[in-house]
Write a new protein. Structure first.
Length: 276
């Protein structure tokens, strides 16, 4: 089952599973995550990377869908990872995305068979986020907060320290006409308080999905990214007022406000339609 562009754009929870743990692939797929990401990069030791790639290929050959996080372009394993993903038309998450020419070359080498999810996780990637998001073949961007924080010398869970990077990626995606991006990970696997706070910040800044590292995180991500009852009530009242400029609860409603109300309505419909 090939993962479609629409699935990539609408996914709220994206769950990593290590490529060297094929015993976990089915569990991840059955976890309720919108998409799974078979990780051939950070989660896999160097000596195990060829085996991890074979595991991913076997999973895809059986008709299962997954995103593939390849090793960074320019590294020894990257070309083989990309070739394998393209063989099954699997979308590719590209680590250390910071150069649109590198992304374009990846599209060329895979004959455009694998949609790209650029993972922005370097200072250069943040500063070039517009070019990265506008690159040929790029479907949706994601933020790699842990690697980025390491380079910047800040804590990966420091909301203030990474606020600029998060906003830059959200703004770049919008400017490039791309769907809203995916926020990075919360490393405390069962720290519900930290996860909820991270989601609240991500939503406020314009992200519409989150990278997950454990099935425990999936249900909270789905629940807290979905429009709240108050948001849905507001959207219904705005849409009920019609398309003309008017007032709702003392606030002016015009085209941009109507568009936001429609996005909230559509997001609520998608959330209610997806089994959890």
């Amino acid at each position: 089952m090939t993962v479609s562009r629409d699935q990539i754009e609408s996914a709220c929870s994206l769950l990593f599973v290590p490529g060297d743990r094929p015993d976990r692939f089915a569990k991840a797929a059955d976890s309720g995550a919108d998409l799974i990401i078979i990780d051939l990069e950070d989660a896999v030791a160097e000596l195990d990377k060829p085996c991890a790639r074979e595991n991913a290929a076997e999973w895809l050959a059986q008709g299962h869908g997954a995103l593939i996080r390849i090793n960074p372009p320019g590294t020894p394993e990257s070309d083989a990872d990309a070739e394998m993903a393209a063989r099954y038309a699997a979308p590719v998450m590209v680590p250390k995305s910071e150069d649109s020419a590198v992304l374009a070359d990846l599209v060329r080498r895979t004959a455009g068979r694998s949609p790209l999810i650029p993972l922005v996780e370097t200072a250069a990637g943040v500063e070039r986020a517009m070019d990265v998001c506008a690159a040929a073949g790029a479907v949706r961007a994601a933020l790699g907060n842990v690697d980025l924080a390491r380079q910047l010398g800040v804590a990966h869970d420091d909301h203030l320290a990474l606020a600029y990077a998060r906003s830059k990626v959200v703004s770049a995606a919008a400017a490039a006409g791309m769907c809203p991006p995916v926020d990075g990970v919360t490393t405390g696997i069962r720290d519900l308080e930290a996860l909820t706070a991270d989601i609240a910040l991500a939503r406020r800044l314009g992200f519409t999905g989150k990278l997950c590292i454990h099935p425990f995180q999936i249900a909270p991500v789905a629940a807290h990214f979905a429009p709240s009852e108050n948001e849905q009530m507001w959207a219904r009242s705005v849409l009920a007022a019609g398309d003309s400029v008017t007032l709702v609860d003392g606030h002016m409603v015009d085209k941009p406000v109507l568009e936001r109300a429609r996005r909230i309505r559509d997001a609520a419909l998608r959330s209610s339609a997806v089994p959890r």
